[in-house]
Design a protein around this ligand. Structure first.
Ligand code: GLY
Length: 396
């Protein structure tokens, strides 16, 4: 399928994507963060203005900046930039600053932390020394799996018998386990992935294809207790980033395992998302949030979905369906790479503006209109993938 005419992709609604200009801006912003943090022990999380707020190594967000650097390196290598070695060095250094996290089993996000950093590093360099670190990370994550519930516990102590909480975001951490099961780790890791994913379909999905954010299970007998939210507007609402995690998580599971039920889950979630998407292609933080102004948008959810749609387009057979998801992804990326969502300005630390960390009205806790580091990560991931697909399928 022909995606590009020259170095730009024409989008149905948003005009061309200027890959080179966007990646040059990304390079400037990523380098600025590195210069400002020479100790490499603080990682960007969100930004309203010229400086990122930072977190420490054990936080769930620590892998995204190293992951951004890997995608920048990948683009620089593909595009023949003179300084691609510099990006390789920076990506390696920031990745290796996370080494201690392979033993962290206090949360479920080791997939985000270690697969976005070491996983991309291994994919791009084949470095043998990254393999045991990834396998140990998978084992640490798998230690949160419960035979009784058939799921990985997202939050809380491993042996807490009073509560067992799982969030839809957990789907994103399974890729690490699957990779490890095929690269020297135990085969049981794959079984954990399948059991967790199947119970996610059973407990998180609603009949209309929407998903809830949080599920509580009984730690003693594994029974389902209730659907809730933590970052969405209400227990019965659809938090758009949660929906994005579901689309993406099941898309890659289908890509990796070829099981039709995972494709169906991804497509159900995707169609619900598209049905409710405003015409500018960027969702509100919560589809039931009652606000559609730009201050309530979540550009990071759009970046996750764009990347997920590219994965879907790569595995679907029906040309009309491929076209549908590809066009939607390209259209979303067109919107995300220009104002008001994209910022070239050094007055903004991030590339993507108007992200929302959460939309919790019950706690008076709307955290929106911000750059978010995972928004940057999935934007770069989708641009690099689209750029490669375009190069592999040049104009006739
Ligand atoms: N995984 C946390 C979030 O999406 O905010």
């Amino acid at each position: 399928m022909n995606l590009v005419a020259t170095s730009t992709v024409m989008t149905p609604t948003a005009g061309p994507i200027a890959f080179e200009a966007v990646m040059r801006t990304a390079a400037t912003k990523l380098a600025a963060f590195d210069r400002a943090h020479p100790r490499r022990d603080s990682y960007p999380t969100d930004a309203k203005g010229p400086h990122w707020r930072t977190v420490k190594v054990h936080d769930w967000e620590s892998g995204f900046y190293p992951g951004c650097l890997w995608y920048l390196y990948e683009y620089a290598r593909d595009a023949g930039w003179d300084d691609s070695d510099r990006w390789l060095r920076l990506a390696s250094d920031w990745t290796e600053s996370l080494e201690s996290q392979q033993f962290n089993n206090t949360h479920h996000d080791l997939g985000f932390v270690m697969f976005d950093s070491y996983g991309n590093g291994f994919r791009l360099t084949g470095r043998d020394e990254y393999k045991p670190i990834l396998i140990q990370s998978a084992l640490s994550l798998a230690s949160r799996f419960s035979e009784t519930t058939g799921m990985i516990r997202s939050w809380g102590d491993i042996d807490d018998m009073e509560s067992f909480t799982v969030i839809i975001d957990n789907m994103m951490n399974l890729e690490l386990l699957l990779w490890a099961s095929r690269n020297g780790g135990p085969e049981t890791l794959r079984e954990i992935v399948v059991r967790h994913a199947d119970r996610t379909i059973e407990t998180f999905f609603r009949p209309d294809g929407s998903t809830c954010h949080v599920v509580e299970l009984d730690a003693r007998d594994g029974s389902f207790l209730r659907q809730k939210t933590h970052q969405g507007k209400a227990d019965g609402s659809t938090w758009s980033r949660g929906q994005a995690w579901a689309i993406y998580g099941f898309a890659y599971l289908y890509q990796e395992l070829g099981e039709r039920r995972y494709l169906d889950a991804s497509l159900r979630a995707a169609e619900h998302y598209l049905d409710r998407l405003p015409t500018d292609g960027i969702p509100p933080a919560d589809f039931d949030g009652g606000h559609d102004g730009i201050g309530f948008k979540d550009s990071s959810a759009a970046a996750v979905v764009a990347s997920a749609f590219l994965r879907l387009a790569a595995v679907l057979d029906d040309p009309a369906q491929i076209r549908r998801y590809l066009d939607a992804a390209v259209s979303m990326l067109g919107a995300l790479t220009r104002p008001p969502y994209f910022s070239e300005s050094p007055a903004d630390a991030g590339l993507l503006l108007h992200g929302a960390r959460n939309h919790c009205e019950d706690s008076g806790h709307l955290f929106a209109d911000t750059s978010l580091i995972w928004g940057e990560y999935y934007l770069l991931e989708s641009l690099v993938r689209l750029h490669q697909q375009s190069a592999a399928d040049p104009p006739a």
